[in-house]
Design a protein around this ligand. Structure first.
Ligand SMILES: [Zn+2]
Length: 82
């Protein structure tokens, strides 16, 4: 690595501090600054989703199941109690 490259590297590590984080997909521990939304660079290239996107999807699925559940339970209720 060149002298400039080493300087840039040292700066990047300094900005990231000593804070380290494990990737939510592969569990690789590295400096937080290199992670986007809890996902390491390798998994970002593989197109794996970040924490925020996963939470958003989970929320959407929960909402969908809830609204599917209303007619299903209404049907079962009417079927078995009337
Ligand atoms: Zn990863």
């Amino acid at each position: 690595m060149s002298e400039i490259g080493r300087m840039i590297w040292r700066n990047m590590v300094a900005i990231g501090g000593e804070e380290q984080e494990a990737c939510i997909h592969c569990g690789e521990v590295w400096y937080r600054i290199h992670y986007r939304d809890g996902v390491c660079h390798k998994c970002q290239i593989l197109g794996r989703l970040g924490r925020t996107e996963l939470a958003r999807r989970r929320y959407n699925i929960q909402c969908a199941l809830f609204f599917i559940g209303i007619p299903v339970f209404t049907f079962l209720f009417l079927r078995y109690f009337f």
